[in-house]
Design a protein around this ligand. Structure first.
Ligand SMILES: CC(C)(COP(=O)(O)OP(=O)(O)OC[C@H]1O[C@@H](n2cnc3c(N)ncnc32)[C@H](O)[C@@H]1OP(=O)(O)O)[C@@H](O)C(=O)NCCC(=O)NCCS
Length: 333
């Protein structure tokens, strides 16, 4: 029987550089409260959000992705031609096809890269990292660009009291490459389709064929259901990611959870018995919930502000619509 070859890649993979893009327009809680019956105080205490950024017409998902990717490539010292794959996680690229990743790869000059989008909502960046690490170890790419980008303001009903204050726009990118030592721990991931209805669109695009008067869809969310699930069900997932990486919470140099709600983060900190010396991402205060972009944006800020050390070990956990989740321990670039 004819045998085929199946070469493997590098022994390990690691994040070599991160970069983010935060849109220029700041939207304060006061501005949100002009559209819904709420208060700055309620939004701050219930979520931790002080303000968020909403993209202008010019700040498209493509423009924001390119800006974040440029920073990540420069930080990593990697040229676009070296990329073997570009993976973009987004739920707000509003064209069914072609993918955003193909456009971004082309504009970057990543002419040797495969490119595709993934849809894993707020867990998308962690899904992308897991794919990148497997590609690099499996030999299908040497360098992979992972981008999380969202324009959630496009899918926000500004009059909906349960969502209008939460979402923000932005992009975060990471360049993942080969490493002699482990830089991305085993992923712990999954999908709970029984909670398909917890977060979704007010109606699907095809409904417009029958009822064009519906206008444009928005995101809707069963806030309490998602809150409870994230606060309790994500703790064993985070613990397992630590366990599978062979470390304890004591050994962490940073905790970078998806920026969904500070109270979810606080519940996780308590349940994980995270020591006080471990810095925790609180990027939500200035960005709101930027879904797939939230973890790389928070990572970038912690590194830039010297809150988390380069080369330190961080626990990442993303969770969101599906409901889906993914967690892993990484070595920071
Ligand atoms: C959305 C969220 C902040 C709402 O907070 P909550 O504490 O669950 O709010 P509830 O819906 O239970 O409402 C509590 C009270 O606040 C009020 N309230 C709700 N929305 C309000 C708003 N925007 N402004 C002011 N008050 C509000 C309610 O009327 C209720 O008042 P009552 O106690 O007098 O009846 C919270 O559920 C949450 O963060 N969920 C998870 C969201 C998330 O992570 N999503 C993304 C996952 S990727």
């Amino acid at each position: 029987m004819t045998q085929i070859q199946s070469p493997t890649g590098a022994p390990h993979a690691r994040i070599l550089g991160v970069g983010g893009y935060r849109p220029s327009r700041v939207v304060t809680n006061e501005q949100i409260c002009e559209m819904i019956d709420s208060s700055d105080e309620w939004i701050r205490t219930r979520t931790g959000i002080e303000e968020r950024r909403w993209a202008s017409a010019e700040e498209t998902v493509g423009v924001m992705s390119l800006a974040a990717a440029g920073k990540a490539l420069a930080a990593a010292g990697v040229e676009p031609e070296q990329l073997g794959c570009v993976v973009i996680s987004t739920v707000t690229h509003l064209a069914q096809t072609p993918s955003l990743a193909v456009d971004v790869a082309n504009q970057l000059g990543a002419k040797n890269a495969a490119a595709f989008d993934i849809s894993a909502a707020c867990a998308g960046f962690c899904h992308g990292l897991a794919l990148a690490q497997d590609m690099i170890r499996g030999g299908s790419a040497e360098y992979v660009l992972v981008i999380g980008v969202e324009r959630l303001s496009d899918l926000t009903d500004v009059t909906d009291r349960s969502t209008a204050f939460i979402f923000g726009d932005g992009a975060g990118a990471a360049v993942v490459g080969p490493s002699q030592t482990p830089g991305i721990g085993p992923v712990v991931w999954g999908a709970d389709g029984a909670q398909l209805d917890a977060i979704g669109q007010t109606f699907t695009w095809d409904a417009l064929r029958e009822r064009p008067e519906l206008g444009f869809p928005a995101l809707r969310m069963a806030g309490q259901q998602v809150f409870r699930w994230a606060s309790y069900q994500m703790v064993p997932v985070a613990k397992k990611a630590l366990e599978r990486a062979g470390i304890t919470a004591e050994q962490l140099d940073a905790f970078i959870p998806h920026q969904a709600n500070n109270r979810i983060t606080d519940a996780m900190i308590r349940a994980l018995k995270l020591p006080e010396h471990v810095p925790v991402a609180r990027d939500i205060a200035k960005q709101g919930n930027t879904s797939a972009a939230s973890i790389p944006l928070a990572m970038e800020r912690m590194l830039e502000e010297g809150e988390a050390p380069h080369g330190g070990v961080a626990l990442l956990i993303g969770f969101g619509a599906g409901l889906v989740y993914a967690a892993q321990v990484v070595v920071l670039p």
